[in-house]
Design a protein around this ligand. Structure first.
Ligand code: PLP
Length: 444
């Protein structure tokens, strides 16, 4: 007997506790159960297909089941699938490390983990140990995982007080900024200010610079609006970190292995001291890494800083990461050029389509491999504040109608572009988007 989505949902309600990752609200539909996926299509248990433009919120840069990626993972599954922590190294650790060090400007040493959330925490520890200072400075609209000390918190607008984030329940960009059960002291070793605002940063550093261990940021604000850094901003941050003796980390969990082989730091020519990787690094298996300066990373080799984990150096993840790297490096970066071509085509087609259906406020921006979709009359937005004027109701409706028309796009109104999407998938995706724009309520 084959089960329908409704059958599975009824069974799920008795044993599960909601969506797999509940940072964003679930779609207001009965749950859909995926049975299999191939290329850029996901098929549900009733046989309906969805074009996948969410790509697991970033990792699946080659879509589902790319043959060379599968072969690399299968070969490793036969050879040595499980990690051997503290007993043996695997040659894969070296092979991947050599690749990362060759491509990533800040990478002199690397250390592997399993998730972005986890490696971000390791960076916090490294920076505090290296500087012997207590505070981490992070920014509004950036996401660094679900742990107590990085989840949301809003900016304290009273400039006379130390800028600890305030734990105020709510959402930003549709994602929760707070959680019940957070430690009452989790936000007290943090500072939080506006990103892309060099003056705000200078102000805080003048007052508290000698207490700050680390400035941690997404170099492109992929988690909120796909906002780029203002021209010169990253350079200013680098300069200020040097002046105040602060460690700079770029959280490249989304930008890494997506915007360039060397990540956003390669694109902008600004080299942080440390960088975190997850998502696309292994193109669909759990894997993560920290890369950075040898003198900081050395704290791990001499065990002053503990970076433990039973599944660190997960061989299947490393095999997937090596295969991913080689696919991306092939033919002098052909995959990246293909992403650019597909992304430009999508952007142009979506803009034309929106206008032809009377939506003259479609707003698209984002780095290579990611398109943020909103409804706002502006050419560019550099911050969450600049996106405030967007039509949130239509943004929400857009994602819902997309799902209804068989287009799976990411929470936070994001479309992820892969360099392996077929012409047929692109044509079909655009035909479905056309129906979405036809159904979407018109601007007021
Ligand atoms: C920039 C960034 N850092 C960290 C994380 C956390 O990674 P994970 O979900 O693998 O724990 C994410 C996840 O979306 C992210 O986008």
């Amino acid at each position: 007997m084959s089960y329908t989505n409704a059958n599975w949902a009824a069974r799920a309600a008795k044993v599960l506790t909601g969506p797999q990752s509940n940072l964003a609200p679930p779609l207001p539909f009965p749950s859909i159960f995926a049975e299999r996926a191939a290329g850029h299509r996901i098929f549900d248990v009733e046989g309906r297909d969805y074009i996948d433009l969410a790509l697991t919120m970033g990792p699946l840069i080659f879509g589902h089941g790319h043959q060379r990626w599968i072969s690399a993972v299968e070969a490793q599954l036969d050879r040595l699938p499980s990690p051997l922590p503290g007993q043996f190294h695997s040659p894969l650790e070296v092979e991947l490390g050599e690749r990362m060090v060759s491509a990533i400007p800040c990478a002199e040493r690397v250390k592997y983990g399993l998730s972005g959330s986890e490696v971000v925490q390791l960076v916090f520890r490294l920076a505090r140990a290296f500087t012997n200072r207590p505070y981490i400075l992070r920014f509004d609209g950036h996401y660094h995982g679900w742990m107590d000390n990085v989840l949301g918190g809003s900016i304290n607008q009273d400039r006379h007080l130390p800028p600890h984030p305030i734990d105020s329940p709510g959402t930003a960009g549709g994602f929760n900024t707070s959680t019940a059960g957070r430690s009452p002291v989790a936000l007290l070793d943090q500072y939080k200010i506006e990103w892309n605002d060099a003056e705000a940063l200078q102000d805080v550093l003048e007052k508290y610079g000698d207490k700050i261990a680390l400035i941690h940021m997404e170099p492109i604000m992929c988690n909120f609006g796909g906002c780029p850094p203002r021209p010169g901003y990253l350079e200013t941050v680098r300069e200020l970190c040097d002046r105040y003796g602060i460690v700079l980390c770029f959280d490249e969990v989304i930008t890494g292995f997506r915007v360039a082989l060397g990540g956003a730091q390669e694109v902008f020519g600004v080299t942080p001291d440390l960088a975190t990787y997850g998502k696309a690094i292994a193109a669909g298996l759990p894997f993560a890494a920290v890369a950075g300066r040898a003198d900081i990373m050395e704290l791990l080799s001499d065990r002053r800083v503990v970076g433990a984990g039973t599944f660190n150096c997960f061989p299947l993840g490393m095999a997937a990461a090596v295969a991913t790297f080689d696919l991306l490096a092939e033919d002098n970066g052909a995959w990246f050029r293909e992403v650019d071509r597909i992304q430009a085509y999508f952007r142009q087609a979506l803009s034309n389509m929106a206008i032809s259906h009377g939506h003259d406020d479609l707003f698209l921006q984002g780095p290579r491999g990611q398109i943020y979709v909103d409804f706002l009359k502006a050419d560019i937005a550099y911050s969450p504040t600049e996106l405030n004027a967007a039509d949130a109701a239509r943004r929400g409706a857009f994602r819902l109608i997309c799902m209804d028309e068989g287009l799976s796009i990411g929470a936070g109104s994001r479309i992820y572009i892969s360099g392996t999407m077929s012409g047929e998938d692109i044509t079909e995706a655009l035909a479905r988007f056309d129906k979405v724009f036809a159904r979407l309520p018109k601007p007021n």
